[in-house]
Design a protein around this ligand. Sequence first.
Ligand code: NAP
Length: 328
Amino acid sequence: MTHSKVVIIGSGPAGLTAALYAARANLEPLVVRGLQPGGLIATTSEVENYPGFVDGIGGFELYEHMERQAGRFGAQYKDAIIQRVDLSERPFKLYTDTDELISADTLIIATGASPRKLGVPGEEKLANRGVSYCATCDGFFFRNKKVVVVGGGNSALDEGLFLTRFVDELVIVHRRDSLRADPVLQERAFDNPKVRFVWDSTVDEVLGGERVEGVKLRNLKTGEQTTLETEGVFPYIGHVPNTWLFKDVLELDETGYLVTDNRQRTQIPGVFAAGDVVDHVYRQAITAAGEGCRAAMEATWFLSEQEHAAKKSQAVTEEVVSPALGQW
Ligand code: NAP
């Protein structure tokens, strides 16, 4: 069994910033890295809006910086996936996929979010055979090919633009006729000769035998169905929070996000949450990092209060016992 005063589940910007602050408070936090070390940021090609990096920084590189920085102050890392939690009493108990028990005086949940699936026929069957949720990881395999990106937000455009380094043609399929992405990204996409848009359309099916060969599209205004040949499909249609572990344990909102107060506290004292697992409004690396900082400071204060309360109750016990002993 491993015990830590602060256990952090998740190693994205929220988890690693929490680790940095908890480590600098001398709490030697333990970070359980989870399924995707570094979280979504580590799969992002280029991060241009994280302050301090004038020319931008690769997502994976940013993750490595954060991990090393927290490690410098004593954060510990474990490659494991938490399968079950028991938060009914302190210390909390966490069970890993290798049946290891981790106990924690405080817990910071920073499990992030995962890419939302299209949920159409062919998507699952052709995953990793042309369907990919990570342009940074897989873009290279689509050199000189034609690929489809689905979505109209920042991720679709950011990652789509990254793909244009490799592909011959990029088709962005969006369900409306205007984009949600930041104007700067829209401008770059409209100016890029490799990018073409299919508006007001959704993907109804991913087609192919061994590998992706095309997509069946439906125009939402006319109902017309067409087939578009492509060798790759990259859905970037938002995210779902990774909260399955806490389903009957902590309060979730109607869309599945963890509920906290404005100090990152869940309804269980000593359990905090930060980043994309909580935030369905901003969802930026910098806001996740900010929440991670807040969660770690709250955990630090919580532990100090517990320690103070324990000392006080010990002092009261001694005060009560001593005079009584003296009278005997
Ligand atoms: P997002 O902003 O929620 O955009 C999701 C896109 O997918 C929207 O265009 C949406 O269409 C579309 N969509 C949703 N469900 C769909 C479905 N079932 N079928 C077809 N299309 C669907 O998600 P995101 O782009 O992943 O971004 C998430 C957060 O990360 C945002 O806050 C974003 O600003 C941030 N982010 C920032 C950067 C950056 O600053 N460079 C980069 C990446 C991500 P509608 O527009 O019609 O709703």
